[in-house]
Design a binder for this molecule. Structure first.
Ligand SMILES: Cc1ncc(COP(=O)(O)O)c(C=O)c1O
Length: 410
């Protein structure tokens, strides 16, 4: 049965206002990922659903946040970001990706990469524009495209036949998605939920299409430092011809384990930045001022911090990967980010949603149904995503619980 729309629910309630819910808001549902976190709490399950760490953030950056509040950095920062932070962002972009960034004209600090993405889309799209999105995709991009009035067009990332292989896209399918209405392609590398890290040749292909169709690349690079097996992160903005047509988005959330701080940023050429800054100003005015100061400390951490971050995540990846395989999943080995996408066909459930419900209620582990990463839920009906941004202890406990899947108990 088709679920009732909010307008239909209101219409059935005497005395309620009628038809007040916008057509845009009617076109998408609440976040399934965040709903799974609520279910994890309800059933006392281990939360491998939502991507937030359950281990502490670096002591030095917490101290920097406390000191900033104590020093009364408690009022609005400059709308597009405190100067010290924009300077640090520009330095880091040069250091890691060789990008020349003018902190005065090319950087906008927002409330997490979430606000940065919607501010960027609102800044560049008009009704009728199309946005290309690889699917499976981080679930915000669909609603982001709708809220900005653009039409999303999805291009499939296909799982490898051998779970240790790479997710790939069909270059012809990608070319077919581009047309004169294409305003931008959203690119997320390292990728959530697949763990794919886009290779130079793939980025060059995307670059060629962006140039040919005069489209932008809006890239979500928040997992740039979480890489395995020698994978290298490449910002598409680095490729010849792309600096002028890229909006490069990043955030503190994942690199510094502070998803609740809500500090992210966009790097884009001045004309795009001007527009993003205007939208951002009227959406939120600015990101939290004391936490912007702490972000300066974070971006100043030594290179050894990033090595340890990736090493720690590699241990967690291997731990969860092995326990998933032992429990009977076909698990795709990620090259970056901190998620494992799995195929659940072997378990014989009717759908991903039914299996996710069973996992959270009976096994005590929350994961995200694959359908929430696809425009057409059927495409993800045999998949489930697990997050491993948790302590090794938590992952070992989850492994013990998952082992029960092997036992004939249903
Ligand atoms: C690909 C991707 N982009 C953005 C976000 C949200 O990031 P932020 O906390 O910076 O808003 C997430 C969170 O899981 C994510 O996986």
């Amino acid at each position: 049965m088709k679920p009732h729309t909010a307008n239909e629910v209101l219409a059935a309630q005497p005395g309620s206002p009628k038809q007040v819910i916008s057509a845009k808001a009617e076109r998408f549902t609440e976040s399934v990922i965040r709903e799974m976190t609520r279910q994890a709490q309800q059933y006392g399950a281990i939360n491998l659903a939502q991507g937030f760490p359950n281990f502490p953030a670096p002591a030095e950056i917490k101290r920097a946040a406390q000191e900033a509040i104590a020093a009364d950095v408690n009022q609005y920062a400059i709308t597009w970001g405190a100067k010290r932070l924009r300077d640090a962002i520009a330095r880091q972009a040069k250091h890691w990706q060789g990008l020349e960034v003018d902190p005065e004209s090319d950087v906008t600090v927002c409330c997490g990469s979430t606000e940065t993405m919607i501010a960027s889309l609102l800044a560049v799209t008009n009704p009728g524009d199309e946005i290309i999105i690889f699917e499976p995709f981080y679930e915000n991009y669909g609603p982001d495209a709708i809220l900005s009035g653009a039409q999303p067009r999805f291009v499939k990332l296909r799982p490898p036949s051998d779970p240790a292989g790479e997710w790939t896209f069909d270059p012809r399918e990608l070319r077919d998605a581009f047309n004169r209405r294409t305003k931008a392609i959203i690119l997320n590398t390292p990728n959530n939920p697949t763990g794919k890290v886009f290779a130079q040749a793939e980025l060059e292909l995307i670059r060629d299409l962006c140039v040919e169709f005069d489209a932008l690349a809006i890239t979500d690079e928040i997992y740039e430092h979480i890489l395995y097996d020698g994978s290298k992160h490449i910002s598409i903005a680095r490729l010849e011809g792309m600096r002028e047509r890229s909006i490069t988005i990043n955030s503190m959330s994942k690199t510094y384990s502070v998803t609740g701080w809500r500090v992210g940023w966009a790097i884009a050429p001045a004309p795009l930045t001007n527009s993003i800054r205007k939208v951002h100003d009227f959406l939120t005015v600015g990101a939290p001022a004391p936490l912007q100061e702490a972000a300066v400390a974070a971006l100043g951490l030594p290179e050894s911090y990033y090595v340890q971050l990736a090493d720690g995540y590699k241990r967690r990846r291997d731990l969860l990967y092995e326990s998933l395989v032992a429990a009977g999943f076909s698990a795709y080995r990620p090259r970056g980010a901190y998620y494992i996408m799995t195929d659940i066909s072997a378990f014989g459930f009717r759908s991903d949603a039914e299996f996710a419900k069973y996992l959270v209620k009976e096994i005590g582990v929350a994961a995200v149904p694959g359908s929430s990463f696809y425009a057409d839920p059927v495409s993800g009906a045999r998949q489930i995503r697990f997050a491993f941004c948790k302590t090794e202890d938590t992952l070992k406990q989850a492994a013990q619980r998952l082992a029960a899947l092997k036992k004939p108990q249903r």
